[in-house]
Design a protein. Structure first.
Length: 101
């Protein structure tokens, strides 16, 4: 099991939060007490998975919550945006792939 911070299994590049695709806990009895982190390496573009002990779950949680960015509010929706959205919905209703044959 790999220590934190994460490094790619293949090229040893540092893995950041932006590279992580999934964090989970195994529900299979054979892997009881283990979790996983799946990521895409920014250097070699390889998709990998790292297993960790659930004892280190607090460390994983601290890393993932520390680097999250808060989304800034974008303001109210304008009437022009509503009209444009309605037109795009109308185009979808008229699309050939939605019609019954």
């Amino acid at each position: 099991m790999q220590e934190l911070p994460l490094k790619c299994k293949n090229c040893k590049a540092l893995i950041t939060l932006e590279d992580v695709t999934e964090i989970g806990i195994y529900k299979i009895p054979a892997y009881r007490g283990s979790g996983y982190i799946r990521y895409i390496c920014p250097n070699c573009k390889d998709f990998c998975e790292v297993n960790f002990n659930l004892e280190k779950l607090e460390d994983v949680a601290r890393i993932t919550t520390k680097k999250k960015k808060k989304a800034k509010p974008k303001g109210q929706i304008t009437i022009d945006e509503i009209i444009q959205f309605h037109k795009e919905l109308e185009n979808l209703k008229n699309a050939d792939f939605l019609k019954d044959s």
